[in-house]
Design a protein around this ligand. Structure first.
Ligand SMILES: [Zn+2]
Length: 299
């Protein structure tokens, strides 16, 4: 049966080559994340690229709340709002997510197990933050269980910093993981699910900080993680998609998001459909739902 994994990377765009772009400085170490304007990348594991418009016909720089809402629902959220919304979703965006999230669409279609692979720390459950991410809103609206630090320890969850370094530094007793170990955990989750979402945010943070050293470290580890996931997932039955909400880390000359296209990268069973169908962020969810509900590909 066909399955899909969506790896969401915050703030990763298609930039130009040069000293401002850590992906260019890393070279092969950043494969497959290093994609440059007007270049067809040589992607490992037979991957394909769909350059993806994150501006969505709305003026200004694309932002996280509206971009993530668009990725997770297929609804052009900045157009619905009239502007690109920063940070966390407001009520109109939450309403879009509650009505249209990819989790909900797949649940209604009865495709089977769908899951968010990220672990949450106890703090989230004890004092639920007033503002929550697009994904948290989508998980709650679809009534999916949250993965916890107990799941993380048991090898049944991946932290947003997949090395677990940030959780350890926060004082929790969890083992650190290499990118390869974390990829093995994610691949196990994928093998038990029809649809898996995994989110990674640190790219956007180091982009805002314009911290070249951190960007090089983070991108090289993330690239290792993605390559290891690809080597561990059954690509005959699974489509792996990497996408982003807006550019940022590919241009450290500015602390802002960029208006660059973002790379939607695809591997495995449905990669050609992703390449053919994804033009902007609103195309991601419909492509995933078609991949998982179309008989021909489900065989
Ligand atoms: Zn940002």
């Amino acid at each position: 049966m066909a399955s899909a994994l969506l790896i969401f990377v915050d703030g990763l765009g298609i930039g130009t080559r040069g000293a401002h772009n850590p992906l260019a400085l890393l070279g092969d170490e950043a494969s497959p994340l290093a994609v440059f304007r007007d270049e067809e990348p040589a992607l490992p594991f037979g991957g394909v690229l769909a350059p993806t418009d994150a501006c969505l016909g709305v003026e200004g720089r694309p932002q996280s709340a509206s971009g993530q809402t668009t990725i997770l629902t297929g609804v052009n959220a900045p157009a619905a709002l009239g502007y690109h919304k920063q940070g966390f979703p407001n009520e109109p965006l939450r309403a879009i997510i509650r009505g249209h999230s990819v989790f909900l669409q797949l649940k209604r279609a009865g495709v089977g197990q769908i899951t968010f692979a990220n672990a949450y720390t106890p703090r989230f459950f004890k004092e639920r933050p007033r503002w929550v991410s697009a994904t948290t809103t989508a998980v709650e609206a679809a009534d999916l269980p949250f993965r916890t630090l107990a799941d993380l320890r048991a090898g049944r969850a991946v932290y947003q910093d997949f090395t677990n370094r940030l959780v350890v530094d926060a004082g929790f007793d969890v083992p650190t993981r290499t990118p390869e170990n974390a990829a093995g955990v994610l691949a196990n989750i994928v093998s038990e699910s029809r649809f898996t979402l995994y989110e990674y945010f640190i790219t956007d943070r180091v982009g805002h900080a314009q911290d070249e050293g951190a960007a090089l470290r983070v991108l090289s580890q993330l690239a290792r993680f993605v390559r290891a996931v690809l080597s561990r997932v059954d690509l005959d039955g699974t489509t792996v998609i990497v996408t982003s909400d807006h550019g940022n880390v590919e241009d450290l000359s500015t602390r802002n998001h960029t208006r660059n296209f973002v790379p939607t990268l695809a591997w495995g069973a449905g990669r050609e459909r992703v390449r053919a169908c994804v033009r902007d962020l609103a195309d991601i969810t419909p492509t995933i739902t078609r991949l998982l509900t179309t008989e021909a590909l489900a065989a």
